[in-house]
Design a protein around this ligand. Structure first.
Ligand SMILES: NC(=O)c1ccc[n+]([C@@H]2O[C@H](COP(=O)([O-])OP(=O)(O)OC[C@H]3O[C@@H](n4cnc5c(N)ncnc54)[C@H](OP(=O)(O)O)[C@@H]3O)[C@@H](O)[C@H]2O)c1
Length: 293
């Protein structure tokens, strides 16, 4: 029995590792051909890059954000890249009615829904917590409550299509990083809500996948400008990041880690030696360069 255990446990581990690895590698761009996808926060950054990847894969795309002029350019580029169709709806996710009705409007425009990519974030500051509770509330509305409102509207349609919800989060939604208190709070909240929802969907045998994306530092203009000279880490590429998110959603992965080692290893340390991780994080900041208010 002892020998059996000694052999079987590593064997099962190996089979599981090969299975997970091969599932990861199984992605094919054709998986997205003809799929009807909403991407929020798609006028710039990672969301914009996701739109371009999906366009090249032949998806029907609906992009949304506040700035109409930028969305028009994204739509034009998506059509050039081969999107089956590309449209936009502009508006602010701070308005509950906009978040709630966007999915209904999108359904009419796309003729259904296969994938909902929740990616937008409101502007926040990168500095010591300033005690501004109103800003916290505003950010919760944009970064958290609108995600829930859209999910509630989309679920009946996604149940029909056995679709996917992709939630773009951050290492700051898993680990306490300094200078991002309001933003981090909204990202931790997303983990809580969508982890519970995933469990309940599985318990009810509802075939809608939820993929939570844990991203490290990525080279979008807003992120690089916000942390310039303070965070001493080289950002990863937004184009590659966008592709990894789409792959994870298409493969119905539970979580996406990008970049893998840069996010997975700190998360392992978090569970075993949180004080040590906190110390390493503090060491990776150049606090003297924080903008003075
Ligand atoms: N970049 C990073 O280092 C990094 C790291 C970890 C996680 N992430 C996550 O990745 C996602 C994308 O980040 P990003 O760096 O690509 O951000 P970004 O370039 O700043 O894009 C944010 C998007 O959200 C839209 N937006 C802002 N306020 C809005 C509002 N009130 N209503 C509707 N849309 C609004 C913006 O467009 P408009 O201004 O036109 O509305 C824009 O399209 C976010 O969820 C972020 O938390 C990024």
């Amino acid at each position: 029995m002892g020998l059996w255990r000694k052999i079987s446990i590593p064997f099962v581990g190996l089979v599981l590792a090969v299975y997970l690895y091969s599932a990861w590698e199984d992605f094919k761009p054709e998986m997205l051909r003809g799929k009807r996808v909403i991407i929020t926060g798609a006028s710039s950054g990672i969301g914009e890059q996701m739109a371009y990847h999906l366009a090249q894969m032949g998806a029907h795309i609906l992009v949304t954000a506040r700035t109409e002029a930028k969305l028009q350019k994204v739509v034009t580029r998506c059509l050039e890249l081969g999107a089956a169709s590309a449209q936009y709806v502009s508006g602010s996710m701070e308005e509950e009615a906009f978040a709630t009705h966007l999915v209904e409007e999108a359904e009419g425009m796309l003729g259904g829904l296969d994938m909902l990519i929740l990616n937008h974030i409101g502007n926040s500051y990168f500095n010591y917590f300033d005690g501004d509770v109103e800003h916290m509330q505003q950010l919760l509305r944009i970064n958290f409550l609108s995600y829930i409102a859209m999910t509630v509207s989309a679920l009946p349609r996604l149940k029909d299509s056995r679709g996917s919800i992709v939630v773009v989060s951050s290492m700051a939604g898993k680990i306490g990083f300094p200078f991002t208190a309001p933003y981090s709070a909204t990202k931790f909240a997303l983990d809580g809500f969508f982890s519970f929802l995933r469990q309940e969907l599985i318990l009810q045998s509802i075939d809608v996948s939820i993929t939570l994306c844990i991203l490290g530092f990525v080279d979008t203009e807003s992120a690089v400008t916000a942390v310039a000279d303070v965070v001493l880490v080289t950002p990863a590429l937004k184009e590659e990041c966008a592709l990894e998110i789409i792959k994870g959603g298409a493969l119905r992965q539970r979580e996406v880690y990008y970049k893998y080692a840069a996010t997975r290893i700190p998360l392992l340390i978090r569970d075993w030696a949180p004080e040590f991780l906190d110390y390493l994080i503090r060491r990776s900041y150049n606090v003297e360069n924080l903008k003075k208010n």
